[in-house]
Design a protein around this ligand. Structure first.
Ligand SMILES: NC(=O)c1ccc[n+]([C@@H]2O[C@H](COP(=O)([O-])OP(=O)(O)OC[C@H]3O[C@@H](n4cnc5c(N)ncnc54)[C@H](OP(=O)(O)O)[C@@H]3O)[C@@H](O)[C@H]2O)c1
Length: 163
């Protein structure tokens, strides 16, 4: 027999309440001095997050596997009008979650440029045909959506903990 709270939770899955925290709570210039990394930041949710954070004055690393796409995303956000008073500093970081060999170098390159990491968004993810594997032979979804983000997070954990 479902409980009342269980039914309420189920109801909210179908009819989620309005969010209590939105972009209006992240004011212009409010993140100056903070450093963020967003994986999969050249499109979709990741790019929307970059756009949302752009006026806050943070340093934002757009991490992804296509330097060309990352640069295009940075150019798109940087050229958006109207220009904010405290634009964030956008940087690209090469990271291919389908190839574990790229993870440690990405974290090392980041650590060479920054002394802090405030937030890491492990946003990148993909859908692959059945039977796909990563460069190391791991099932593609498990490799790119789980193993690689875990390794990347572990590499960056000391900087996350230091903040
Ligand atoms: N949108 C939804 O309804 C939904 C629902 C459930 C879960 N999600 C998850 O939410 C996240 C964002 O979704 P989205 O809709 O914004 O997806 P999206 O537009 O397809 O963006 C995915 C991003 O992840 C990057 N990416 C994929 N595989 C990668 C890899 N091996 N290494 C590095 N980067 C990689 C893509 O880079 P490239 O452009 O280079 O491919 C792209 O920037 C994903 O993890 C997705 O699985 C989304």
């Amino acid at each position: 027999m479902p409980t009342l709270s269980g039914l309420w939770a189920l109801w909210q899955q179908f009819f989620p309440p309005a969010p209590a925290f939105t972009e209006r709570d992240v004011g212009s210039g409010s993140q100056v001095g903070k450093v963020f990394v967003i994986t999969g930041a050249n499109s979709g949710i990741g790019l929307s997050l970059v756009k949302l954070l752009y006026p806050t004055g943070a340093t934002i690393y757009l991490a992804g596997r296509s330097p060309i796409k990352l640069q295009a995303a940075i150019a798109e956000v940087d050229s958006a009008l109207p220009s904010p008073t405290t634009p964030s500093n956008l940087k690209s970081l090469f990271l291919d979650l389908s190839n574990l060999e790229t993870i440690e170098p990405a974290a090392a390159l980041f650590a060479a440029q920054e002394t802090r990491l405030d937030i890491l968004w492990n946003n990148a993810g993909n859908g692959c045909p059945p039977g796909s594997v990563t460069k190391q032979g791991i099932e593609a979804h498990v490799g790119a959506n789980c193993v690689a983000p875990l390794l990347f997070t572990q590499e960056l954990l000391p900087m996350l903990r230091a903040v």
